[in-house]
Design a protein around this ligand. Structure first.
Ligand code: FE
Length: 254
């Protein structure tokens, strides 16, 4: 299994606080059946700045520690990039890490309560550059939770969306879980990742989420989501069933 979103690097954001915590996370990941992790420390989220060059060094160091302990886990370099008006400039300055080596897929985080007004223009510009924004945890954003169909214009542009595994199994409460299930049911999200921050706080739950999705929908859907993760890491084109609009009545708004 590939985990496309994880705060496993020690001491650089609100994820693993030190090397021991990173190793505990690695052991937990392996026990979940995870073989590859995209390391995605926060970047530009108001608390943490982790530009590309620094992340590369941290990943190399942690990979060496895993190898020394014979822990069978491969790390890739990435970032969870908070949406800002200066993102394109930062890409040009080589401060941004993509999910793949061909620099196509980029994990983008919104503020919890908002979708900034400039989002559409920014995503349009990124798409024109051949980049594919991946909106992370839309089920945890107030605007997308209020109306999951707000994802549709971005999906139409060729963006993707990534669900957080703990949301699906109910760790963030019933409301977020309900939204997560709706988003999966309507194919508004094309992949699931852990967004794990530690083994005591915000654990992986990736295995559990896939088991529940398989039970709620089908093993095929899980297989398709896992393939999307592989395609992203490889910088390949992704294939996923087309989204369906969520009927308002079903979402209980009216
Ligand atoms: Fe995250």
């Amino acid at each position: 299994m590939i985990d496309l979103h994880c705060h496993i690097l020690p001491g650089i954001d609100d994820g693993a606080e030190d090397l021991a915590a990173s190793i505990a996370m690695a052991e937990k990941a392996i026990s979940q059946g995870i073989t590859h992790i995209l390391c995605t420390p926060h970047h530009n989220n108001g608390s943490y700045i982790n530009p590309k060059a620094e992340v590369l060094a941290h990943v190399a160091k942690l990979q060496a520690e895993l190898d020394r302990r014979n822990l069978p886990l491969t790390l890739f370099e990435g970032q969870e990039v908070r949406i800002t008006g200066s993102l394109i400039d930062e890409i040009k300055q080589d401060r941004i890490l993509f999910a793949d080596v061909s620099d196509t897929y980029i994990l983008i985080e919104f503020p919890t309560m908002d979708v900034p007004a400039y989002t559409e223009q920014l995503f349009f510009d990124l798409r024109a550059m051949g980049k594919v924004p991946i909106i992370v945890h839309p089920e945890r954003n107030a605007k997308f939770r209020e109306d999951p169909n707000r994802l549709i214009p971005y999906l139409e542009m060729g963006c993707l969306a990534q669900l957080t595994a703990p949301s699906y199994v109910g760790i963030f409460g019933k409301s977020i879980q309900k939204t997560a299930k709706l988003m999966v049911e309507h194919h508004l999200v094309q992949m699931v990742a852990s967004d794990a921050h530690g083994v005591h706080k915000r654990n992986f739950y990736l295995k559990e989420a896939f088991e529940e999705i398989s039970h709620d929908f089908s093993p095929d859907l899980v297989q398709q989501m896992e393939q999307v993760a592989k395609d992203i890491i490889n910088g390949d084109k992704t294939n996923f069933p087309t989204y369906r609009e969520v009927k308002k009545k079903k979402f209980g708004l009216f």
